[in-house]
Ligand binder design. Structure first.
Ligand SMILES: Nc1ncnc2c1ncn2[C@@H]1O[C@H](COP(=O)(O)OP(=O)(O)O)[C@@H](O)[C@H]1O
Ligand SMILES: [Mg+2]
Length: 513
């Protein structure tokens, strides 16, 4: 590790009503991986946008290799060798991977047309150099989010980035994709002399990856630590300014009656292959049943089948002795199942609608918010939304804000507020805290437990084993569309459960939980 490459001194940025950056001092050393952590709204993205020339500070100075600089726009930053990959990607979906990568500095043929063959070669070279695999000829709209992120990274590297800023890159990735990204980041730093600044919410990632970590809270930089001198506990405390997080929660052994019963459920995935091979399970009132599995073993299909979003081939979904298999999503909700979907930006929310519109989804045409499905009662609606914003601690200046302007944690609180407020006896909750900061995680966990304590039957799907172990009263394991085990919480360790997630069986093939 080397000298200070970048130094920020007293950087301050005021937005209407929020001091997003309050006299920030931060140095970035050449060749380090510097993690920046903080709760949603702490000011991390703003600070990085200032460094990339997308925002101008009101006060403060920036030094680059010891010289004062003014980064008035991103081209200035790019010329200095700074590249940034944003939280929301900025690619052109109908262009190919290669076209996106060279966009802005296209190789030309006879000076006007882009030399497409050259663009493909450039992309292949980049793939070889950096070990980030992409298919140059595919359209961006046909590639996964994880690949889109690689394209953004390659694009920044192609523009000559020596310092790469990654804004919450792992929020959209599966655990495996995250691991792959980290391999590449380490290689960039160790073998290719790059410097990486990474914003993340996940403290395990900070510990695993970074050399130093800076913690922000409410616009201030609380401190910078050598990662080897830090612990998750210390960082978490600096982030939220209060002690002890993620304590174990009280568990129950439930004697209540069964509310949701799934029998011999079969359903196919998008490729037409059997994704659920006869699933049997039940959830009792006042119980959280967690599903543990490596992503892609039928969990998503199960949730979709149970909520009416995926066709069921055979089997039953019994709620209060009524079979809901094959019913519409709306009918299913009205029969007692609310659903927090895994992808809040695709199925959970309408990004370009307001908080109010999103919170009222599914209710806007119902009494008492509307009469005969038309005349809306604005006053009653405002009151309901105001109450939910307070109860679920959504941080926003007003309920008329577009959801796309909120942080991931606040978006998630809106989905949860809306679904929990239906007051259904059954809740299906998928990945409730993906991409959410630690303060909001704690809050969301408490809300889930409160629902359980009120008697709700909860089916919880999460890729985070810590989350499943913390919340579930009972855990089932899935592998290739079948249940492999059922365990009361405390009966099995995280290490041992991994065996059942990869095919070991406690249950017979006909088994249920
Ligand atoms: N363009 C903007 N206009 C007004 N307020 C903004 C803008 N960008 C960010 N903010 C506000 O500044 C604060 C810090 O936001 P941000 O830097 O995005 O935080 P983080 O990335 O740590 O979640 C938040 O309260 C946010 O609402
Ligand atoms: Mg941010």
């Amino acid at each position: 590790m080397g000298q200070d490459m970048i130094e920020l001194k007293g950087v301050t940025k005021q937005f209407p009503g929020v001091l997003a950056n309050d006299a920030i001092d931060l140095s970035i050393e050449e060749g380090e991986i510097h993690a920046i952590v903080g709760e949603n709204g702490a000011g991390k993205s703003t600070l990085m946008k200032i460094l990339y020339g997308l925002q101008q500070p009101d006060k403060g100075e920036i030094f680059f290799r010891g010289k004062a600089v003014k980064i008035s726009n991103p081209s200035v930053a790019i010329n200095m060798g700074i590249g940034m990959v944003h939280q929301h990607f900025m690619l052109l979906p109908s262009f190919t991977v290669a076209e996106n990568i060279v966009l802005g500095i296209e190789p030309r043929k006879r000076s006007i047309f882009m030399d497409y063959k050259k663009a493909v070669e450039i992309t292949q070279d980049l793939v070889r150099t950096y070990g980030l695999k992409v298919e140059p000829q595919l359209k961006v709209r046909d590639v996964s989010v994880g690949i889109q992120q690689r394209i953004e990274i390659l694009k920044a590297l192609h523009k000559g980035a020596d310092i790469l800023i990654l804004d919450e890159p792992t929020a959209v990735l599966t655990p495996q994709e995250t691991e792959e990204l980290f391999v590449v980041i380490r290689k960039l730093v160790k073998e290719l002399n790059k410097t990486v600044i990474i914003i993340t919410h996940k403290l395990q990632e900070v510990m695993a990856l970074s050399h130093r970590v800076s913690v922000m809270r409410q616009g201030k930089l609380i401190g910078t630590l050598e990662t080897k001198d830090a612990s998750e506990q210390i960082i978490a405390e600096m982030m939220v300014g209060r002690e002890v997080l993620l304590e174990p929660l009280e568990k129950t052994t439930v004697e209540g009656k069964t509310i949701l019963e799934v029998n011999h459920l079969k359903s196919r995935d998008n490729r037409g292959l059997l994704a659920l091979r006869g699933v049997n399970l039940h959830v009792k009132e006042g119980e959280i049943l967690g599903i543990a599995g490596v992503e892609g073993n039928g969990q998503s299909e199960l949730v979709e089948a149970l909520t009416g979003l995926r066709e069921i081939e055979s089997g039953e979904v019994m709620v209060f002795s009524k079979n809901l298999a094959g019913k519409s999503p709306r009918e299913i909700r009205e029969s007692g199942i609310a659903h927090v979907p895994e992808d809040r930006l695709i199925t959970g929310l309408s990004k370009d609608a307001t908080i109010t519109e999103n919170m009222m989804m599914g209710l806007h045409d119902q009494e008492p918010y509307a009469k005969k499905g038309i005349h809306t009662n604005k006053q009653t609606i405002r009151q309901r939304v105001e109450t939910l914003i307070k109860k679920f601690d959504v941080r926003t200046p007003s309920q008329d804000v577009l959801v796309e302007n909120l942080s991931g944690g606040n978006m998630q609180k809106i989905v949860i507020a809306r679904e929990f407020a239906f007051d259904t006896p059954i809740l299906i909750i998928s990945q409730p805290t993906r991409g959410v900061d630690i303060g909001a995680i704690e809050f969301i966990h408490q809300q889930i437990v409160e629902k359980r304590n009120e008697g709700c039957a909860i089916l919880l799907i999460s890729a985070e084993l810590d989350e499943l172990f913390r919340l579930s009263d009972r855990i089932i394991t899935v592998y290739e569309g079948e249940l492999t085990g059922t365990f009361n919480n405390g009966e099995i360790s995280k290490k041992e459960i991994g065996l059942y997630m990869t095919g070991k069986r406690k249950l017979s093939k006909e088994g249920g939980a």
